[in-house]
Design a protein around this ligand. Structure first.
Ligand SMILES: Nc1ncnc2c1ncn2[C@@H]1O[C@H](COP(=O)(O)OP(=O)(O)OP(=O)(O)O)[C@@H](O)[C@H]1O
Length: 411
């Protein structure tokens, strides 16, 4: 049933608060000789994951306690090669798409059928076997090697979009790039804000310096502080050595603070001070550090509203918002959909050694009709999934390779 990637049986972890689903999946995989762990919540799942390797994670998206995405992120940290499939109820597709961004191979909408889950696990394992044999994964490099110029990847080669709305964005990028002005990039998740931040850096005279990206939402307050400002040895339990923060690492370059709307109030005060003086202290330090950094921030929240509700400091908002660039959602720039789809098709076909070079007219029509709540990221994931699911000698992307949510979308 499941294609093994090694001679050993697989360790499969099933996390769902519905006992029937746990039982059904266990009954499906156990007879194949796999070791199946079942957990009714995220906490229990993490206990398993800490004590044994996990090859496959099948996890419900919405559960009491830790969410499926949180479980996925923590298990991926423990077992980076684990393949994850998210189970989702009707109406939570958007979060499921987000889950694929956090490393899930795919998502399945409940009620799913047994063949569908078997096929998805099989494809996920084939994909894992294949990608593990590739020399390097540009997708993985992009989050870690932002300032490594040697790490040229397709990610560094985004498509120049053709829509008038994006022409306006590129125009502001050209004008604002080579200044010290702080830029606030707004737009829904997955629209390409980070790429715009990189373009601002690459077109500036700081281009030979580092580009450092931090996702403010990913870290709890205490970690965020030491991540941004660094810490001295023994500043807190576990700080066995001194460590520079992202501001220091970005010296003479650009610091990109993603999801700035999520930073907690105390950090907002600290950040404001840095933006006024470009000075700060590492956690536990008495000495002040000064840096030369260009700051770019991004948000997918309405910061104006957050200021009015008292959740985001107005003075910090003004400091960040010297130049604003709004990246429109994909549904408002449909001219970009097909060129982007072709761009991703070429990229993923090459990466996966597939032959797909064409998109059928039916697929074009479906892509143009769909609303793309996850924006360019969702389109990218859709095309990657289609490429992985295609037969090795298929040349044209056909509707059958698209998820049902796109094929049956009603505008
Ligand atoms: N013009 C483009 N060409 C190629 N890829 C693109 C383009 N625009 C966006 N993408 C891809 O879409 C995905 C989402 O882009 P990005 O991470 O920049 O979005 P974002 O708006 O910063 O998302 P979030 O708010 O969730 O952080 C990335 O994988 C990026 O490579």
């Amino acid at each position: 049933m499941v294609t093994r990637t090694s001679l050993e049986s697989l360790n499969i972890l099933i996390v769902d608060d519905e006992p029937n689903i746990r039982r059904a999946l266990q009954a499906l995989f156990m007879p194949e000789g796999h070791t199946v762990f079942t957990a009714e919540n995220g906490q229990r799942a993490l206990e398993y994951a800490k004590s044994q390797p996990i090859d496959v994670l099948i996890c419900d998206l919405i559960m009491p306690g830790l969410s499926g995405v949180e479980v996925l992120q923590q298990i991926k940290r423990l077992h980076p090669n684990c393949v994850a499939i998210i189970l989702t109820a009707y109406g939570t597709i958007r979060s499921a798409v987000e889950a694929t961004r956090c490393g899930a191979f795919d998502y399945l909408q409940k009620p799913f059928d047994i063949d569908e889950i078997k096929l998805t696990v099989k494809r996920a394992l084939e994909y894992r076997a294949h990608t593990q044999s590739l020399p390097s994964l540009p997708q993985e490099k992009k989050k870690t090697d932002k300032h490594d110029k040697g790490a040229a990847s397709l990610y560094d080669n985004p498509l120049r979009c053709i829509s008038p709305a994006m022409q306006e964005v590129y125009d502001i990028v050209e004008r604002a790039a080579d200044t010290r002005a702080t830029v606030l990039i707004t737009g829904e998740s997955g629209t390409g804000k980070e790429l715009i931040a990189r373009a601002l850096h690459e077109k500036s005279s700081r281009a030979s310096g580092p580009f450092i990206a931090v996702s403010c939402a990913a870290l709890p307050e205490t970690l965020l502080e030491s991540e941004l400002f660094g810490h001295e040895k023994n500043a807190f339990t576990g700080a066995t050595t001194a460590k520079p923060g992202r501001f220091e690492l970005a010296h003479n370059g650009t610091l990109f603070l993603d999801e700035i709307g999520d930073i907690p109030p105390l950090m907002q005060v600290k950040l404001l001070r840095v933006l006024q003086t470009w000075e700060f202290e590492r956690v536990g330090a008495t000495k002040t550090t000064k840096v030369d950094v260009r700051l770019i921030a991004a948000t997918n929240h309405d910061l104006d509203a957050a200021v009015k509700e008292g959740k985001f400091r107005q003075d910090l908002y003004f400091r960040l918002n010297i130049v604003t660039i709004h990246v429109p959602p994909l549904r408002e720039r449909r001219e970009d959909i097909v060129p982007l789809a072709r761009h991703f098709l070429a990229r993923f076909s090459a990466q996966n050694r597939r032959q797909l070079t064409e998109i059928s007219p039916e697929v074009e029509a479906l892509l143009l009709r769909y609303s793309w709540p996850g924006n360019v990221r969702e389109l990218e994931n859709t095309i990657e999934r289609a490429v992985v699911l295609a037969d090795p000698n298929e040349k044209t992307l056909s509707p059958a390779l698209l998820p049902a949510s796109i094929r049956h979308f009603i505008a």
